[in-house]
Design a protein around this ligand. Structure first.
Ligand code: SF4
Length: 358
């Protein structure tokens, strides 16, 4: 298998013929690939992590289209336009999505290292029913004219698929703006293409500067983490870039206590800080990945809180058009009176502490 990231991208596994080199394709997978008009595929490296014989392999389910994507009972049509407030009166370039006063998401590219079957931007990135114009210069000009923006999330698609030169230019332009205090990059490449972390990339986006760069990746199952992932994360950290994880809660993939705990413990062992677990958003055609909303809080309660270090505790949130809504478990204060609070721990034991009147 070729190691260089550009070769990996050129040789993406995105045809039935290629896929059969890695797994025994099931009848359902074959039919979905042959009938659905959808973009799919991933790097040869990530494809090599798939279970050859199990169609329920968590990596197979994230990579390979499913006939279930044709069902849309609960998803919202035009989800992305709703979610990213694209139908508001504020005039913004297509590349700028805004839910907060002081931070924006800046979409710079539409290609990915994996076309996740559960992607909330599916209409745009995977199914490509929604056409937007992502002009980087136009986006940079808009950010320069908005001094209230202090934090820019560079997103896509996958921004780390830009060349080192383009990334250096983009980061450099943002760092020159006096109102920009931090830059975040959302990228699945540390997981699906760790070969992307090269000396050139480190030079382009890392190093000491007034404006730090943070990367948030997406890893949903412990099987996605290898020795190569660990090396790539170490390299990013060695040039000043912290890496966090934004998992998506996915039915049949990570919605059981053991997998959920192992995922978060393994992330920490790999030096990735668990940051968010997102409720799988109601984009069209991904009903089959969605659990009840309460599920994430239950998993944190039953699998993480008290069961493993506090460093492994992500925030469970629902991402909406009005921002993220925290959905953390809430069972700790069981009673309160003038004199004391009664509090409960993860084992169900209770104790009391004195109340302080306001
Ligand atoms: S890498 Fe990100 S943008 Fe691309 S398909 Fe996956 S979740 Fe969507």
């Amino acid at each position: 298998m070729t190691e260089h990231w550009t070769e990996q991208m050129k040789n993406q596994v995105n045809t039935l013929e290629e896929l059969t080199k890695y797994i025994n394709v099931s009848d359902g997978e074959r039919e979905a690939i042959e009938t659905l008009k959808t973009k799919w595929g991933t790097s040869p490296y990530f494809a090599s992590l798939m279970d050859k014989n199990d169609p329920n392999c968590p990596i197979r389910r994230q990579v390979i289209p499913s006939l279930e994507e044709q069902t849309n009972t609960y998803g919202m049509d035009n989800y992305l336009v709703w979610k990213e407030n694209r139908a508001t009166e504020e005039i913004r370039p297509d590349s700028i999505a805004r839910q907060y006063h002081d931070r924006i998401a800046f979409t710079v590219v539409q290609v990915c290292g994996i076309y996740c079957r559960h992607c909330f931007r599916k209409e745009l990135v995977v199914d490509q029913d929604l056409q937007l114009n992502f002009d980087v210069e136009e986006g940079l000009a808009w950010i320069a004219e908005h001094p209230e923006i202090r934090d820019v999330l560079i997103t896509g698609g996958d921004p780390l698929l830009l060349s080192d030169e383009k990334l250096a230019y983009l980061i450099g332009r943002l760092r020159e703006m006096p109102h920009i205090q931090m830059i975040r990059i959302g990228s699945r490449l540390p997981i699906v293409l760790p070969q992307r972390v090269t000396e050139g990339l480190k030079k382009a986006i890392g190093g000491y500067h007034r404006v730090p760069v943070w990367i948030n990746t997406q890893c949903n199952h412990p099987k996605e983490i290898t020795e190569k992932t660990a090396q790539a994360i170490y390299e990013l950290m060695s040039c000043g870039i912290n890496v966090g994880n934004q998992a998506v809660l996915l039915k049949g993939i990570n919605d059981d206590v053991d997998t959920f705990r192992e995922l978060h413990q393994k992330l920490l062992r790999t030096r990735i800080r668990p940051y968010y677990v997102f409720y799988c958003e109601p984009a069209p055609g991904i009903d089959h990945f969605r659990t009840p909303v309460e599920k994430g809080a239950e998993l944190i309660r039953d699998g993480l809180r008290g069961h493993t270090t506090g460093l492994a505790q992500p925030m469970y949130v629902l991402a909406t058009k009005i921002g993220k809504i925290p959905l953390m478990p809430d069972y700790y204060i069981t009673d309160k009176n003038q004199k004391e609070y009664t509090v409960r721990n993860y084992k169900g034991e209770t104790t009391t502490i004195p109340n302080v009147p306001e």
